[in-house]
Design a protein around this ligand. Structure first.
Ligand SMILES: [Zn+2]
Ligand SMILES: [Zn+2]
Length: 335
């Protein structure tokens, strides 16, 4: 089993443990170990042979034991048990997703809003991952604490982007926004601004506990907006700490499919939203998906290879995921 596949096993264990508030710390340990595997890509077989798995960052004796079994058998009985306890389907992974064919991430942040790195560092990070494109999608003005971007700042950002693009020619930078879906479903920037951007991710961040009927209206309005390309972390949940929004998922997903608006599978271990179960429902209703890291620092790009199991468990084929499109195909899809 290759290192990325092993990282996905640890990531899924972390995700399942996270559903139980008492297991919060163990969940974080598994997610952290998965992350370090996805970043470092160590030769697990060699480390296991030398009895050195615990030399990996974030891998203590307990996780090393799980990892040893994965290296030896390609399988984890601990994961099987957790799936059973959490009433997850026992079926094996259904779709074939190959991270080597992943073309680029369309949802990321920089210091222009709440990211921790400059756009140049993010672009270099994407180049290091082998990506062909990167969507730089900082926040919109509504969320004051993250210094969201209005039209003037977007213009200033586009100038910096041109400079960064010249320095990192291998990765095509797409200027985008993660625009807030306001309480009534309107978006936090005027159409004439959204229209100029390469990629528009509309996300619910606040007032997630709205009544389901109002929340359904809000999300229906957002998915039918002509400039929206992707709905970011569609429920806003944080497993183990915050319940997500509740709405008529079937109605909203159907409408998203009708408008060719993709639903995001956000691989940040604190989000993992949509869940595999909900993503499967969306798949059956005809939706396409964006599989991204929502990275706020270059190292977070590794959330995608470790979190890819979510899309696989949902049975989503590669051709329904935006990030497997070539740049030309993606540009057409985003028009
Ligand atoms: Zn967000
Ligand atoms: Zn984001």
């Amino acid at each position: 089993m290759d290192t990325i596949a092993a990282a996905q096993v640890l990531s899924e264990i972390g995700y399942l443990l996270r559903q139980d508030p008492d297991e919060k710390f163990r969940a974080k340990a598994f997610s952290g170990a998965a992350w370090s595997l996805a970043i470092e890509r160590p030769d697990l077989a060699a480390l296991h042979a030398g009895n050195e798995l615990t030399s990996l960052e974030g891998v203590g004796a307990g996780i090393a034991k799980v990892l040893a079994e994965v290296v030896e058998t390609g399988h984890s009985r601990y994961l099987d048990r957790l799936r059973e306890q959490m009433k997850q389907p026992a079926r094996d992974d259904e779709s074939v997703l190959d991270f080597a064919q992943y073309q680029g991430d369309v949802h990321s942040h920089s210091k222009w809003s709440d990211g921790k790195a400059t756009m140049l560092d993010m672009a270099r990070g994407a180049a290091a991952m082998g990506y062909r494109y990167l969507g730089v999608t900082d926040h919109s003005p509504r969320i004051k604490v993250v210094n969201g971007l209005d039209a003037d700042r977007l213009l200033a950002q586009s100038r910096e982007m041109a400079e960064v693009q010249a320095q990192v020619p291998g990765v095509t930078l797409l200027q985008g926004i993660e625009v807030d879906i306001l309480e009534d479903g309107a978006l936090d920037l005027p159409d004439m601004v959204l229209e100029l951007l390469d990629v528009v991710i509309a996300s619910p961040h606040v007032k997630l506990r709205q009544e389901p009927a109002a929340m359904t209206e809000r999300m229906l309005r957002a998915v039918s907006h002509p400039h929206v390309d992707v709905i970011g972390h569609p429920t806003g949940r944080r497993p183990g700490s915050r319940e997500g929004a509740n709405y008529d998922f079937e109605a909203v997903f159907k409408e998203a499919a009708r408008h060719h608006v993709a639903l995001e599978i956000d691989c940040d271990p604190a989000r993992m939203d949509l869940s595999p179960e909900m993503a499967r429902l969306a798949l059956e209703l005809g939706c396409s998906f964006s599989l991204d890291a929502d990275a706020h620092a270059p190292a977070e790009f590794a959330y995608v290879p470790m979190g890819m199991w979510m899309a696989r468990r949902a049975g989503i084929p590669q051709d329904r995921i935006l990030n497997f499109l070539t740049l030309d195909q993606l540009t057409m899809a985003l028009e």
